[in-house]
Ligand binder design. Structure first.
Ligand SMILES: [Zn+2]
Length: 251
C-alpha cells in the first residue's frame, strides 16, 4: 500500500552504511517513523528531500506495518538555516520539541505549520532568535494542552500582575501569594503584553510583535522554563544551541 503525504523531517538516524531512519511530522497522519533506503549514497535521488528540517512530498510504502520512502520531492529546504550553525541548532531544537508534542495517527496541521512558520521566520525573515524561540515555545505549550491563564492575577484579579507561576501557568502580583505556589518568574508589562499576544494572535502574525532586546531574552527564558516544566522534558538540541551562544559570548 502506498501513502502520499506532505511531511517535515524532525530527526534522522543513520542505521547502516547507506540507510537512515527518519521521524516525520506528516500533514495527514501525524508522527511517522520511516526507513529511507540508500539515502546516504551520493547518487540517491532521495537525498535532499530526506534531510533534517526539509518539508517534502513523500510517497511511502507500507509493508507489514513498516513504512519506507519510495519517492520524495523537497518543497522547502529552509536554506538560510543551513548556512548558519546557530540558526540550524535552534531549528533542530524546534524539531525535537515538536516531536515531543506530536502523536502517531493524529494529524495536526496546526503543529506542522507552527514549525514551518518558525523556521521561515528564523531563516528567511531573520526575526530575532529569542523572539522566534519564545513565540514558538509558548505556542507549542498551548498546543500540547498547557495554555496559561494570562487574563489577570489569580489571587486579586489585577490586570497588571508582575509574576508568572511556571507550574500553574498563572499570573500573580509580587505581594499576592496563593497557598503553595511554585517557582514564580518576574514579568515586565512589555513581556506580559508579548505573552498575551503570542497565545491570542492569529497564527500567521505570531512572529510579528516587537520587544526590546533585554525583554526578549528574559521572555525566552520564561517560555523555555514553562515549556520544560509542563512537558517534564529536556532537550539535548537546546543544550547544544545554548552552548553555541555561550561560546559566541566568550570570544
Ligand atoms: Zn494580585
Amino acid at each position: 500500500m502506498y501513502i502520499k503525504t506532505e511531511a517535515i523531517v524532525l530527526r534522522e538516524v543513520e542505521i547502516n552504511e547507506a540507510d537512515k531512519l527518519l521521524d516525520l511530522l506528516s500533514k495527514d497522519r501525524g508522527l511517522l517513523t520511516v526507513k529511507a533506503r540508500g539515502v546516504r549514497r551520493g547518487s540517491s535521488p532521495l537525498k535532499s528531500a530526506c534531510q533534517l528540517l526539509t518539508l517534502s512530498e513523500f510517497t511511502l510504502q507500507e509493508y507489514r506495518g513498516k513504512l519506507s520512502v519510495q519517492e520524495a520531492q523537497s518543497l522547502e529546504q529552509f536554506r538560510p538555516l543551513r548556512d548558519n550553525i546557530e540558526l540550524l541548532a535552534l531549528g533542530s531544537y524546534f524539531a525535537q520539541a515538536t516531536g515531543a508534542v506530536a502523536q502517531e495517527d493524529a494529524p495536526n496541521p496546526a503543529l506542522l505549520s507552527l514549525l514551518c512558520n518558525a523556521l521561515y521566520a528564523l531563516g528567511t525573515l531573520r526575526r530575532p532568535q529569542p523572539l522566534v524561540k519564545a513565540a514558538f515555545e509558548l505556542r507549542l505549550a498551548c498546543m500540547a494542552g498547557f495554555t496559561p491563564d494570562l487574563s489577570a492575577c489569580a489571587v486579586c484579579g489585577s490586570e497588571e500582575p508582575d509574576r508568572f507561576d511556571l507550574s500553574q501557568g498563572t499570573l500573580s502580583c509580587a505581594g499576592c501569594r496563593a497557598g503553595e505556589s511554585g517557582i514564580r518568574m518576574p514579568l515586565s508589562p512589555g513581556m506580559l503584553m508579548a505573552m498575551r499576544y503570542i497565545i491570542w494572535c492569529d497564527p500567521k502574525r505570531l512572529f510579528s510583535f516587537t520587544l526590546e532586546d533585554d525583554g526578549l531574552r528574559e521572555l525566552s527564558s520564561i517560555t523555555e522554563a514553562y515549556l520544560m516544566t509542563q512537558l517534564e522534558h529536556s532537550f539535548y538540541t537546546l543544550d547544544f544551541y545554548k552552548s553555541l551562544l555561550h561560546y559566541g559570548e566568550s570570544i
